[in-house]
Design a protein around this ligand. Structure first.
Ligand code: DPP
Ligand code: ZN
Length: 855
């Protein structure tokens, strides 16, 4: 495979200001005629390079005449235009959407036609430069059988439509905003719409439509509300107004990603559109709201200002994730949202940064760009933006983003353009901060408090180390903004103001002031920097912070650290005592007027994977054992508290306030703790909740709890759930998922059996992720000592690669963590990676991920 380097970027030699596309639609044959008006930007004659992937030109015409001066190079079409500085280039192609199992380009899903072009799918539809710095105005005509495709949608506005011969009809769409090809979209099918409207801040009435298959329209209300909330929020917080008269969203069942921000026509995975209380959990509801917002926000951060090249992907993704995180925080509880975001970062991004696939948020090279839609680009990218906002504060940050949008509207920009705009607009020097864009790896900070015995002055000593990552053996010290606060327990002369420490060198001393007794130090409050902190705490300090810190995130963090310390001690075979954890949890549960959602997050034990991340060599079995033991101890010690929580009436499932959601979440946690004790009535209790639940949050929580055990209620509940929801693909995904998440010792075998279930299919990415993605997230199961988990994942990758390389490649990273799991497991994991690589005809996606994972 060819490696593409960021440093090799050259501006395009030809621009394509206008494109007219003509589609004659059919499920297994669609004819595409493309008319590209091309303009030379290079000074000297240069051939026109049009990318193609799996297509052949039926005919090429230039300025109206058949043209023979072209050749194919790989999949690409090179047209020699001689001395011309402008031309009209027309190319006809024929494609087969029905056989497009990659779900890139134009494909069929449930008799409907839809597109996915980001990053390089447009070249599977027609020949085109297909690079994000080539922006064009699109005019799209499509024609098809009216019965099969009553609805015809594309970007922009529908300017004309009409009937054709023999039951056919057509529509003409125009998008006035120049856009890169990755934002092109087309949808044709039998769809129904939920319509609404939004009036923008300047008084423009925008028609909103959410298009789904008949029968699904009643589950689009939440998405519609989220869309209107997002539109209002972006006006209020960023001053960004929507810029077309129409905004359409289409939900598709077969989709590689979560959703796609095509201009004026977002295409979504059904998973992030459809929700009602009977079929969606509160977490699903939040997912819908967050993704609708994310895609909508791309209209400015991504579409109006797009990326110059794919190395700049985090320019739009990191910023847009930061924007959707801020939005969700405003719509619900900011501390709880922050906890969730940090949990995700630690679960998905920290391991990536610590493994063979580590890359900076602005990578230097890649083989296949699809492999770089990662937690690093998205979630760490968002943390980088957040740090800038933290350093300058909201008003100055807004000045910076205003300047960014003003300066680069209509352009294809770089990460550097963004940083420069924040520098200029907010008035801050980000010279050193830029290292966050180029250096991979999670910085590790060590903290220690020294005391001057003569006068009681306390000094915080901080050191930072940025670990070596592939291709980056040496690192320079980063600029790390740390929000800190040192509490004075004696009411002495301590300074109790929060400070923002800018750690900008390898070692730094921060004077804290005069404290008679050791201060309780709240460090990296709000998770102000995406780093790992090592800090040997005073006896009782974490307990105190967990109960008293005025930063909720820091309270959460202190309790998590206390749990981690206890678990890591236990896993290493030393005697550990659950007492402090139990006391801290009790205090959190009974704390005055605490938000139940926060309590639920705070009292949750760290995941097995996160416990493993604290250890040099991970022992998945010991972690499972000790985590279950601690869970049981907490369950027993606080039995009456858990029972009291469950004894209260559950809020009605239709009630979706943050408080109701929080109470349901806490009930789920309480049930899990009780069940972990193995108490005689636990399964009955869970089954009672399962059967009596009036919505999916409680139902799924009870089912997941039952799925861990081996009660007769388990089989019963799984059976009832299956029969009730077998015709609802999104809910059936949950049925697969809870079984693959199970903490039972036979889960790998169960997953292997479920892969043979008639409802399992490799053609639907959601189903694949529900089963296999859940397995690889289940640490002890995936790392089962005999290697059966590894084998199952490798078998999946090999079976899926010929159909859908993008989704296949996404299953590989867990196999790449072999360095951390001891020699025996490492040998088996590497053997599976080698077995994958030995397969002839492997995709570029899988080849890159598997070969890099072996390094
Ligand atoms: N650009 C999409 C998103 O992250 C992914 N294709 O919204
Ligand atoms: Zn995005």
């Amino acid at each position: 495979p060819v490696t593409i380097h960021r440093g090799d970027y050259r501006p395009p030699e030809w621009q394509v200001p206008d494109i007219a596309l003509d589609f004659a639609l059919g499920i297994d044959e669609t004819r595409v005629s493309a008319r590209l008006s091309v303009v030379r930007h290079a000074d000297a004659p240069a051939p026109l390079l049009l990318r193609g992937d799996g297509i052949t030109p039926a005919e090429v015409r230039v300025d109206g005449s058949v043209w023979n001066d072209w050749r194919m190079e790989g999949g690409d079409l090179i047209v020699d235009l001689g001395e011309r500085t402008a031309a009209m280039v027309e190319v006809d192609t024929v494609i087969n959407p029905a056989t497009n199992t990659q779900l890139m380009g134009l494909y069929a899903s449930n008799a409907m036609l839809c597109t996915q072009c980001e990053a390089e799918g447009f070249r599977r539809i027609t020949f085109h430069p297909d690079r994000p710095d080539v922006l064009s105005r699109y005019r799209v005509r499509m024609e098809g059988d009216k019965a099969a495709f009553p609805i015809l949608l594309s970007n922009g506005n529908c300017v004309e439509q009409g009937a054709g011969e023999g039951g056919r009809h057509w529509a003409l769409w125009e998008d006035p905003w120049p856009k890169p090809s990755y934002l092109f979209a087309l949808v044709a099918g039998d769809l129904v719409v939920n319509r609404d409207s939004f009036t923008t801040m300047s008084g423009r009435k925008v028609e909103l439509g959410i298009w789904v298959r008949a029968g699904d329209e009643d589950r689009t209300g939440h998405a519609m509300q989220a869309l209107k909330d997002s539109m209002a929020w972006d006006e209020r917080v960023y001053g960004r107004e929507y810029d077309l008269d129409l905004f359409n969203i289409v939900a598709v069942s077969d989709f590689n990603m979560g959703a796609m921000e095509n201009k004026g026509l977002n295409v979504f995975n059904t998973r992030y559109i459809l929700a009602d209380p009977d079929t969606a959990t509160d977490m699903d509801y939040d997912g819908v709201e967050g993704v609708v917002a994310h895609e909508y926000f791309h209209n400015w951060s991504g579409n109006r200002v797009t990326c110059r090249d794919w190395f700049q992907l985090s320019l739009k993704e990191g910023f847009t994730v930061y924007r959707d995180q801020s939005f969700s925080a405003d719509m619900g509880s900011p501390p709880v949202k922050r906890i969730e975001d940090v949990r995700l970062l630690r679960a998905a991004q920290f391991p990536e940064d610590a493994g063979p696939l580590a890359h900076p948020i602005r990578p230097d090279s890649f083989q296949e760009i699809s492999n770089f839609y990662t937690a690093t680009i998205y979630n760490k990218g968002a943390e980088i933006i957040r740090m800038m906002a933290t350093m300058v504060g909201p008003e100055r940050f807004r000045k910076g983003t205003d300047l960014y949008f003003d300066r680069h509207d209509g352009e294809a920009a770089t990460c550097e353009d963004f940083v420069k705009a924040i520098e200029d607009g907010a008035g801050i020097d980000l010279t050193q901060f830029r290292l966050w864009y180029s250096q991979a790896g999670t910085p590790r900070i060590t903290a220690r408090i020294a005391t001057d015995e003569r006068n009681g002055e306390r000094t915080l000593h901080l050191t930072q180390v940025v670990p070596a990552t592939p291709g980056q053996p040496e690192k320079a010290p980063m600029l790390i903004p740390l929000r800190i606060k040192a509490y004075d327990l004696d009411g002495g002369h301590g300074v109790e103001e929060e400070q923002l420490v800018l750690l900008d060198r390898t070692e730094m001393a921060v004077p804290l002031g005069h404290y008679r007794s050791p201060p309780m130090l709240s460090l990296n409050r709000g998770f102000s920097a995406p780093v790992i902190v090592d800090f040997a705490r005073e006896e009782g300090e974490l307990e105190w912070l967990a109960a008293n810190d005025d930063d909720p995130f820091a309270r959460y963090e202190a309790l998590q650290q206390l749990m981690l310390d206890t678990l890591v001690t236990a896993v290493s075979g030393k005697a550990s005592d659950a007492g402090a954890v139990v006391d801290a949890i009790r205090q959190t549960l009974t704390g005055s007027a605490a938000d139940p959602a926060f309590v639920a997050e705070a009292v949750l034990l760290p995941s097995e994977a996160f416990i493993g991340d604290q250890m040099v060599i991970v022992d998945p079995d010991a972690i499972r054992r000790e985590r279950l033991a601690l869970q049981a101890a907490i369950g027993t010690a606080l039995e009456s508290e858990w029972r009291a929580i469950l004894g209260q009436l559950a809020p009605a499932a239709t009630l979706l306030t943050p408080l109701a959601k929080g109470r349901r979440r806490l009930r789920g946690v309480a049930l899990a703790y009780l069940a972990a004790t193995g108490m005689g009535d636990a399964s009955e209790l869970a089954f009672g909740i399962f059967s009596g639940a009036d919505g999916m949050t409680e139902r799924q929580a009870a089912l997941a709890t039952l799925a861990h055990g081996d009660s007769k209620e388990r089989a019963q509940a799984l059976d009832i759930f299956y029969r009730r929801y077998r015709d609802n693909p999104l809910v059936l995904d949950k049925w697969f998922q809870v079984q693959a998440w199970s903490l039972r010792s036979d889960t790998v075998a169960a997953v292997a059996a479920l892969a043979e279930h008639p409802d399992f299919t490799l053609t639907n990415p959601n189903r694949v992720r529900a089963l296999y993605g859940a397995l690889s997230a289940n640490q002890a199961a995936f790392h089962q000592a005999d290697g059966a988990g590894y084998r199952l994942i490798a078998d999946l990758v090999l079976a899926l690669d010929p159909k859908n390389p993008q989704t296949a490649a996404r299953m590989i990273p867990p196999l790449g963590r072999w360095k951390r799991f001891g020699d025996a497991r490492a040998a088996m994991m590497k053997a599976e990676l080698e077995r994958i690589l030995a397969q002839p005809g492997l995709s570029r996606d899988v080849t890159e991920q598997a070969s890099k994972s072996l390094l």
